[in-house]
Design a protein around this ligand. Structure first.
Ligand SMILES: C[S@@+](CC[C@H](N)C(=O)[O-])C[C@H]1O[C@@H](n2cnc3c(N)ncnc32)[C@H](O)[C@@H]1O
Length: 289
């Protein structure tokens, strides 16, 4: 089995296991990530009759928000994991959104013809793709000339205490090996210019990056820990390795540190994402990087 196949299999298993946590904490997660979805939508400059592709849609965002802006258009939500897209389908039904379809596929092997879509979005998916260059070439291939790609990734851990607090608490008890070079983890794409270089190598033009602040808001330190430990991939994987007393010490460590972010009866922990936009040249019918 190639390492790309292995990465896809591991990601499929991991995200199938995380789906219940994402559905349970849907409103908290969507409030936290909403500003990034809004920034992606701003970057895409979409029109009401666009055909849009959302990659690594998970539970549906930003694809569902984009579908609401396309009364004459259509959105295809794609993800490697059927369990995540099942949630997206339920969320679409609950919001009365009908102009969507879902498709299980990997970002680096898209089942669409060249020049099918007016725009492509990827919110917090890039870091998990086995081959980020091949995935970007696929996004460029399926875009129509003049179409835009906009993606978001996480900036470095120091700018993301909402997850760094949990990771530090886990590291007090679990020997977490540093990820291998370019391994699919949350901060893989954090270096400034990392995604821009992929876009430019895939032939996209007018590439620009900008940072978008987020805030994770929970009712209490206990709720912070519960939601992190039920939906963040690194945390879920690490906690699975330890016994209950160890989990309790990690929880207590995280709750103590996150309480520094309590204000107005809530816990408000900041984070920082980076959005990257690029355009397929209007004379570009296909690019072979
Ligand atoms: C952090 S979630 C993002 C979900 C959603 N876009 C959002 O922002 O709420 C990452 C998603 O990437 C998906 N994923 C992982 N590897 C993938 C691949 N090779 N191709 C497509 N999706 C993938 C996972 O299944 C998961 O749903």
């Amino acid at each position: 089995m190639s390492s790309s196949d292995e990465i896809r299999d591991l990601q499929r298993t991991a995200w199938a296991g995380l789906a219940a946590g994402w559905e349970k904490w849907d409103s908290v997660i969507m409030d936290q990530l909403g500003p990034v979805g809004a920034a992606i939508i701003d970057g895409l400059d979409i029109a009401a009759d666009d055909r849009h592709l959302d990659i690594a849609s998970g539970t549906g965002e930003p694809g569902l928000s984009i579908a609401k802006l396309l009364p004459q258009g259509h959105v295809v939500l794609t993800d490697l994991v059927a369990e995540m897209l099942d949630i997206a389908t339920r969320r679409a039904a609950a919001q009365g959104i009908a102009n969507i379809e879902t498709m299980v596929c990997s970002a680096d092997d898209l089942p669409f013809d060249d020049a099918t879509f007016d725009s492509v979005s990827v919110r917090f998916g890039y870091m998990f793709f086995p081959d980020v260059a091949r995935a970007t070439a696929e996004f460029a291939r399926v875009l129509k000339p003049g179409g835009r790609l906009c993606a978001s990734v996480w900036v470095k851990p120091e700018e993301n205490p909402w997850t760094a607090i949990a990771m530090r608490a886990i590291a007090t008890e679990v020997a977490v090996a540093p990820p291998a070079q370019d391994a699919p983890t949350m901060f893989r794409c954090a270096a400034p210019g990392y995604i821009s270089a992929l876009y430019e190598n895939a032939g996209l033009r007018d590439v620009a990056e900008w940072d978008v602040p987020v805030e994770l808001v929970t009712e209490s330190p206990a709720q912070y820990w519960q939601m992190i430990s039920e939906h963040v991939s690194l945390a879920v994987a690490a906690l699975r390795q330890v016994d209950e007393p160890t989990r309790e010490r990690i929880r207590s460590h995280a709750m103590t540190n996150v309480s520094a972010f309590e204000q107005d009866g809530r816990v408000r922990v900041p984070g920082l994402a980076r959005c990257v936009v690029g355009t397929k040249g209007s004379d570009d019918r296909g690019h072979c990087p």
